[in-house]
Design a protein around this ligand. Structure first.
Ligand SMILES: *Cc1c(COP(=O)(O)O)cnc(C)c1O
Length: 488
């Protein structure tokens, strides 16, 4: 199977190269030339197989330059012991027609683990396949969740090193403590005096600095990205949509996905294209509702104020993976994609053609929630089901109620609400929703929440405050580059 850039770069690549490169040379996103489908026999197999077996089947269809043994090894290494449950993505039944898909039983308690636990193995295997001799160095700028998930994924993986940059004042106490206590012989964590944009800009500047890349290559180091535009991060997410939709035994399952960069919900779209019984895709945004407006109007307009919300992992105004959807729906019209992306860069917005908008209407529905509505959703769901939602999943739960309320919608399908984080990862928002006094430190809030709800604190977050601090490097913006060079 070949992968092409969404922006028309003429060189097709196989999956190993797409995963190593991350982004195509013309800044487009690598996307498979054709989407494989599932046969009826395969669907029967999926229903009776474990998560790992399903993952092997799906990966085999996309990673055709990997051997069967290589794929098996990646899956076993990634999913053997790192998730609390052997089935990686368990569901919680709210009622006969509604389930919550819990994607946060991995080592960092957020859904990014599902992809970031396996990406390092995809990457090291890709290196074997392409004969790449250099050590791979990953540089990640993070506003919280991605950094920790990438650290856990890459720690002690042979042939790789990872450096995480985070804004010293821009992450929660739990998130910071998770990162600065990170173990592993190949990991570095740097706090930056600045905000997330400063960290992100620093990371980008390193990638595009040819001289620096050349110098690193001479020392046997090649830079790569663990960003969510990497095909190796999207692919693992398709698995849980296929498995959960088939397991629900319904003709069609609607999914409600709390969305930021559009990666997770795009995986649901690919599962649908592969013939899984996936119905409507409901895109749930927080107050940064650029996608809600886009799905409703066909106009993507990032010219708006960036809002800091209680669901910070969805505070995004440029949803990179949307480009892949437009590429798919326009039948790989790369000229159109180029024009739209140029408009976005130069004018700050773009408008899609009418026929594309019609396709979007058939597939998607969009909602958005303010912080108050998010808290209300947490309270409602807890009061009604004694089920505790995190702030991101609550945005989706609010979307679920909105979708049910709208008379125009067909409600005969079953519904799965996608849950992307443990409530204990965002204790301030969750406690405030339940009217718990939040004038305490975050660790105390975790205990209060546990006592009140009897929902156990996940093991990776227990005793976090007593863990040994291993990374105390802090630097100014100007010192980032020399600091990283020294570390590598
Ligand atoms: C990253 C993240 C999201 C958003 O996922 P996208 O794939 O970027 O749309 C939602 N919830 C949580 C908890 C996340 O960490």
């Amino acid at each position: 199977m070949f992968y092409s850039s969404t922006r028309g770069d003429t060189k097709k690549v196989q999956s190993a190269e797409a995963i190593i490169k991350g982004l195509a040379p013309d800044k487009g996103l690598y996307t498979p030339d054709c989407i494989p489908t599932l046969s009826e026999d395969e669907k029967i197999f999926i229903k009776k197989s474990s998560y790992k077996e399903v993952a092997k089947l799906i990966f085999g269809k996309f990673l055709t330059d990997f051997s069967k043994e290589q794929i098996e090894k990646c899956v076993e290494l990634a999913y053997n012991n790192s998730f609390e449950q052997a089935n990686v993505a368990p569901v919680y039944k709210l009622d006969d027609n509604t389930e919550i898909l819990e994607l946060w039983h991995g080592p960092t308690c957020a859904f990014k683990d599902v992809a970031l636990q396996i990406l390092p193995y995809f990457l090291t295997t890709a290196i074997e396949i392409t004969g790449e001799k250099n050590e791979i160095a990953i540089i990640v700028a993070t506003s919280g969740d991605t950094g920790k998930a990438a650290l856990e994924g890459f720690k002690d993986v042979k042939g790789t090193k990872i450096v995480v940059l985070y804004p010293s004042e821009g992450v929660s106490l739990v998130q910071k403590q998770q990162m600065i206590t990170q173990e592993g012989s190949n990991v570095s964590v740097i706090a930056i005096r600045g905000n997330f944009d400063d960290a992100q800009t620093a990371a980008k500047n390193i990638f595009i600095n040819d001289e620096l890349n050349e110098k690193l290559l001479q020392d046997g180091i090649k830079l790569s990205s663990a960003n969510s535009i990497n095909w190796g991060r999207l692919l693992p997410q398709i698995v849980y949509y296929i498995k959960s939709s088939l397991d629900f035994n319904s003709n069609n399952v609607d999914y409600i996905v709390p969305t930021g960069n559009f990666g997770n919900i795009l995986a649901a779209y690919f599962a649908k294209k592969m013939n899984a019984p996936v119905g409507k895709l409901i895109c749930a945004s927080n107050q940064n509702n650029v996608l809600t407006d886009f799905i409703k109007t066909g106009i993507y307009d990032k010219r708006r104020e960036f809002v800091k919300t209680i669901s910070p992992s969805m505070d995004i105004l440029i949803s990179s993976n949307l480009e892949r959807l437009l590429y798919e729906l326009s039948n790989h019209n790369t000229t159109l994609i180029q024009n739209l992306m140029n408009d976005l860069e130069q004018k700050g917005y773009y408008k899609i053609p009418h026929d594309l908008k019609e396709e979007i209407d058939k597939l998607f529905y969009a909602t958005s929630a303010t912080d108050d509505e998010t808290k209300e959703a947490i309270k409602n769901c807890y009061d009604k089901y004694q089920y505790l939602l995190d702030t991101h999943t609550a945005v989706a739960y609010h979307g679920y109620l909105e979708y049910q309320k709208d008379d125009k919608n067909n409600k005969s399908n079953k519904t799965i609400i996608v849950s992307t984080a443990s409530p204990y990862k965002f204790p301030i928002g969750v406690c405030s929703a339940l009217n718990i006094d939040i004038n305490k430190n975050e660790y105390e809030l975790l205990n209060t929440l546990e006592t009140l709800t009897k929902v156990k604190i996940p093991a990776p977050l227990q005793g976090l405050e007593d863990k040994k601090i291993l990374h105390s490097l802090i630097c100014d913006k100007e010192e980032i580059l020399p600091t990283i060079m020294e570390l590598l």
